[in-house]
Design a protein around this ligand. Structure first.
Ligand SMILES: Nc1nc2c(c(=O)[nH]1)N[C@H]1C(S)=C(S)[C@@H](COP(=O)(O)O)O[C@H]1N2
Ligand SMILES: [Mo]
Length: 434
C-alpha cells in the first residue's frame, strides 16, 4: 500500500509498483498513458523519457505493451547501471548519486540526482512550452522558449544544486522524508537566460519582495487543485546574475527528470527553489506561501533545539543559503588501496566561495591543506585534491573539512532539526590499505 505521502515504501521496487498498478506506474515513470484500448502506445514526452532511461532510441516502441518494464531495468542494479543512481523512492521518483560517481568537475546529466515531489508532466514539448511572468510587474509577459532565446542573452554557467534534505539519513532520531545520504547534489553546466534579465524586462514594481515559481508537475493524490511544489526566493536573490531560466544541461536539452524543457537553477539555495517544468513566475508583495513554502517544509527552527524536540510551526524560518560542505569523490568508501592515495572531491557554500579544504587520515588529529581550484563560475562547486601517503597497512578514514569565505568551517556534528535539513557534517570515507 502506498504510504500517506503517496510513496510506495521503504524498499522501493519498480517491479512491485508495476505489478500493483501498471497504468499508474507507466504514467509515473514514462508519462505513458495506457488504456485497455490503446495499450502501450508510447509517444512524445513519454517516449523521450523511456528513451533517455534506456539510453537509446527504441525503433519498435509502437509494439511495446503497456505496463511493460524494459528488460534493461530487470534489476535495480541495471537501472542504476545506466545512470549509476540509487533509487530511494519510485513514487515520486527520487534517486541519488553515490559520491564516487560525482567525481567529475561537471556532473554528467546521467549522474545528476532526481528529486521529485509529484508526478512529472506528460507534456514536455519544448516547441509549445510557454513561460508567463506576472504579478506585480509593469508588463506581464508570456514567452515561448524560442522567444527567451531570441530576446535575451543566452548564457552557459556551471552551477551547483543541492537538495535541502541531502544528508537527512544521518539524523537521529530519524527525520521523515527521502533518506538522502550524500548524493542529492550535482554541478552541471546549464544553458539558459538570466532570470534577472527576464524580470527586468517585465518591470519589477517597487512593492515586490518575493518570487513564486510554478511548474506543470501534478500532485501525487491526482487532485488537479493541488500543487506538489511552488517555492520562491526574495527578489534580491532572484535579481543576482547567476540565477538562470535554463533549457540546456551539459550541452543538450534538459533531461526529462531534471525539468525538461525549462527550469530554474538557483545555485547556493535549497534545490527546491530551482523549479522544474517551469511555466510561470509570479512576483509578489508578500513572502510566497505556495506548496512547501510554509509549515515545516524547507524550514528549520529559529533556535537550537534538542534532538527529537517538538517545535511549533511558528518557530520555523525559511532556509535561505545552503551551508558550507564538502564531498570526497575519490577514493570510494570501502576501497582497498595502496599507501599512496589521491583524494579528490568538491566543496561549496551557499552564496559564498570556499577558501580552504583540509583533509585528515588520522581521525582529525592532524589536517593537511588540499589543493583547491577556483569555482568554474560563480555558483559552481570547487574541486579539491590532495595526495596522502598512509604510514602502514590497516584501516583508515579520510575526512574532509571545508572552510568558506566567511571563515565558517564544516562541523563534526550538527544540531538536529525536525525535518532533517542542512546536514553539512564532514564527509568520511573508509579505506583499507593492504
Ligand atoms: N516542479 C518541480 N520542481 C522541483 C521539484 C519538484 O518536485 N517539482 N523538486 C525540487 C527539489 S526539492 C530539488 S532538490 C530540485 C532537484 O532537481 P533535480 O531533480 O533536477 O536534481 O528540484 C526542485 N524543483
Ligand atoms: Mo530538494
Amino acid at each position: 500500500m502506498p504510504k500517506d505521502d503517496g510513496s510506495i515504501g521503504g524498499t522501493p521496487d519498480l517491479h512491485e509498483f508495476f505489478a500493483k498498478d501498471p497504468v499508474e506506474a507507466d504514467r509515473a515513470f514514462f508519462g505513458r498513458k495506457t488504456f485497455p484500448d490503446r495499450r502501450g502506445f508510447l509517444k512524445g514526452a513519454g517516449l523521450a523519457t523511456m528513451t533517455a532511461m534506456v539510453g537509446a532510441a527504441i525503433p519498435f516502441h509502437r509494439n511495446m505493451p503497456g505496463g511493460l518494464i524494459p528488460a534493461a531495468f530487470a534489476s535495480e542494479d541495471v537501472l542504476i547501471g545506466k545512470d549509476g543512481l540509487t533509487l530511494l523512492n519510485d513514487r515520486p521518483i527520487n534517486a541519488e548519486t553515490p559520491p564516487h560517481l560525482l567525481d567529475d568537475a561537471i556532473t554528467p546529466t546521467a549522474r545528476h540526482f532526481i528529486r521529485n515531489n509529484g508526478i512529472p508532466p506528460d507534456d514536455m514539448d519544448a516547441d509549445s512550452w510557454t513561460l508567463t511572468i506576472d504579478g506585480f510587474v509593469d508588463n506581464p509577459m508570456t514567452y515561448s522558449i524560442a522567444d527567451l532565446k531570441s530576446k535575451f542573452e543566452v548564457v552557459t554557467r556551471v552551477l551547483a544544486v543541492e537538495c535541502g534534505g541531502n544528508g537527512r539519513a544521518f539524523f537521529d532520531p530519524p527525520a521523515s522524508g527521502n533518506q538522502w545520504t550524500f548524493g542529492a547534489v550535482a554541478c552541471s553546466q546549464w544553458t539558459g537566460v538570466r532570470l534577472k534579465d527576464v524580470l527586468e524586462a517585465a518591470g519589477v514594481q517597487s512593492n515586490v519582495i518575493y518570487t513564486a515559481h510554478y511548474g506543470t508537475d501534478t500532485h501525487l493524490s491526482g487532485d488537479p487543485e493541488k500543487t506538489p511544489l511552488s517555492r520562491g526566493v526574495p527578489i534580491a536573490k532572484a535579481l543576482t546574475d547567476n540565477v538562470l531560466i535554463a533549457f540546456g544541461q551539459n550541452g543538450e536539452d534538459l533531461h526529462p527528470m531534471n525539468g525538461a524543457p525549462l527550469r530554474l537553477v538557483v545555485p547556493g539555495w535549497p534545490g527546491s527553489c530551482s523549479q522544474k517544468w517551469l511555466n510561470r513566475i509570479q512576483l509578489r508583495d508578500i513572502v510566497h506561501d505556495g506548496a512547501k513554502m510554509t509549515g515545516k517544509s524547507y524550514r528549520v527552527p529559529n533556535r537550537k533545539v534538542a534532538a527529537g524536540e517538538e517545535v511549533e510551526t511558528k518557530d520555523f524560518v525559511i532556509i535561505e543559503q545552503m551551508p558550507v560542505k564538502s564531498l570526497i569523490t575519490n577514493p570510494a568508501t570501502g576501497a582497498d588501496t595502496g599507501r599512496s592515495v589521491e583524494i579528490r572531491g568538491h566543496a561549496w557554500s551557499g552564496d559564498r566561495t570556499i577558501s580552504a579544504v583540509d583533509v585528515s587520515y588520522d581521525f582529525g588529529a592532524s589536517w593537511m591543506a588540499a589543493h583547491l581550484d577556483a569555482p568554474a563560475d560563480d555558483g559552481a562547486w570547487q574541486n579539491f585534491n590532495a595526495n596522502v601517503a598512509l604510514p602502514a597497512a590497516g584501516y583508515y578514514e579520510i575526512w574532509a573539512r571545508a572552510t568558506d569565505s566567511a571563515g565558517v568551517m564544516q562541523p563534526h556534528a550538527i544540531d538536529w532539526n525536525p525535518k532533517g535539513y542542512l546536514n553539512n557534517t564532514m564527509h568520511r570515507v573508509a579505506l583499507r590499505v593492504t
